[in-house]
Each structure stands twice: as C-alpha cells, then as structure tokens.
Design a protein around this ligand. Structure first.
Ligand code: MN
Length: 242
C-alpha cells in the first residue's frame, strides 16, 4: 500500500481549480492510501480555529473527516501560513497534528518529515520572524484580536512577505545545504521529505559516507501533486486541473 505526502496546497476560496483537484484527490487517490501526510501550508492562511464555521473552511474540514472515516489516517504538520491550526481543527477534521520535524518508519525506511522552512537558514529575516511568531506571546496576542481584524492583519503580512520575497536572491529562498546535512546527521541519515520551497525535486545527499534521499514536494498552484511511497521507493505524481 502507498503512503501519500502533500504540502503547499495553499487552499483558499479564491483558487477554485486547486480546490477541485484537492477534493478529487481526497475522493480518489487518497482513498486507497495507507495514510496521508499533509506537510504544511494546507491553507493559504489560517487565522484561528474560530474560523471553522467559514463555508470554505468547513468544506475542507468535512472532506478530510470523510477520508479519515473511510479508514485513511491523515496527519497534518503546520506550515508557515497555517501554524495556528489547533486542536479544534484537528477534532473537527479528525486529522492528527504532527510536530515539525517528525520521524516515521516507512516500509523499513527511517523517514524524516518537515515543512521545510526551518531548513532555509540563509534567510535570517524570515528565521527571526519565525521565532517571534511561533512564541506563545505572539500567538496569544494574535488570538485576542477579533477574527475580522486577524484576517485583515494577515492580508497585510502576506502582501509584505510577497514584496520581500521578490527582493530576495533565489538561493536565500531555498534550503541551506549545510542545514540539510546537519539535519540528516542529527537524525541518523534518514530519507527526508519536505515542502515549502516550491522546488519539487529528488536530491541525493552524501553525508559522512551515507546516501540520503531528499524529496521536495510541489505546490498546488497549477493542478496538484503528491509523493507516493511504498516498499519500492517514492515517486511524484502530478494531478492536472481540468
Ligand atoms: Mn511554506
């Protein structure tokens, strides 16, 4: 049986094509999987679990719950856009929240799962923002604001981040090779699967005489994409939007 991995779907009401591909993926490919792992940035943004009643969000939650009810365990790791997804979301969707990073055993292969943003250590400004934004103080302050104000604040943050991204050199937006090596060493030379950079690829790293595979998942801006792994290895599959 195949285990499936996705990330960087960036689901939002304004991208109906990707949403259709995702619903179709949950109804078909994912149904026969041993498990589904969503490695961050399921949503374009998530401002708090008190937004679960939103029609669009409720549709996604219901579709995930249906998949889990059909017998496919589904795991969700936070991305940098949806890291305030909490227990209420997990209960409603029946997904299991995973810490970043998480090690799993997959057909006898130690496999390390990450969103991927913590590997981008060359982007010092982002790492500083990440440390601040993941603090309990920052999250509590955010959650004290009314939902509508949080949505407006996130829209401002997103615009600022898009502007900053355009000004940054491409290599800063990618993972730092030294951080990848250090991570592989720290976790005993596993296979690594992550997203975040939107640079889908299979990399091979040679670290201390060990050969480690690193799979980078694709985003869902043009159709969808998933990585399927079984005892014979992993391969990426593209899902066309109709
Ligand atoms: Mn990301």
């Amino acid at each position: 049986m195949r285990t499936l991995f996705v990330s960087d779907l960036h689901l939002c009401a304004g991208r109906p094509q990707s949403n259709r591909v995702f619903f179709d993926f949950l109804e078909h490919e994912a149904r026969s999987a041993r498990a589904l792992y969503i490695l961050g940035d399921l949503f374009e943004y998530w401002v708090g679990d008190d937004d679960l009643d939103d029609t669009f969000n409720a549709g996604i939650v219901a579709a995930l719950a249906k998949l889990v009810a059909s017998g496919v365990p589904t795991y969700l790791m936070h991305g940098n856009r949806d890291f305030v997804i909490g227990e209420a979301f997990a209960r409603a969707s029946a997904v299991t929240l995973l810490p970043d990073p998480t090690m799993i055993e997959l057909d006898g292969n130690a496999t390390l799962l990450m969103h991927g943003d913590t590997l981008c250590t060359l982007d010092l400004a982002y790492q500083a923002f990440r440390r601040e934004a993941r603090s309990q103080i920052w999250i509590s302050a955010l959650m004290r604001q009314p939902l509508a104000e949080r949505k407006a604040a996130v829209a401002v943050l997103r615009r600022r981040s898009e502007q900053e991204k355009r000004a940054k050199p491409a290599e800063i937006m990618d993972v730092a090779p030294t951080e990848v090596e250090a991570t592989l060493r720290r976790y005993g030379y596993p296979r690594l699967i992550h997203g975040h950079t939107h640079r889908p690829a299979r990399h091979v790293h040679r670290v201390d005489g060990h050969v480690c595979e690193r799979w980078v998942l694709a985003d869902w801006y043009q159709g969808g994409s998933y990585l399927a792994c079984d005892e014979s290895g992993c391969h990426a599959v593209h899902l066309k939007a109709d």
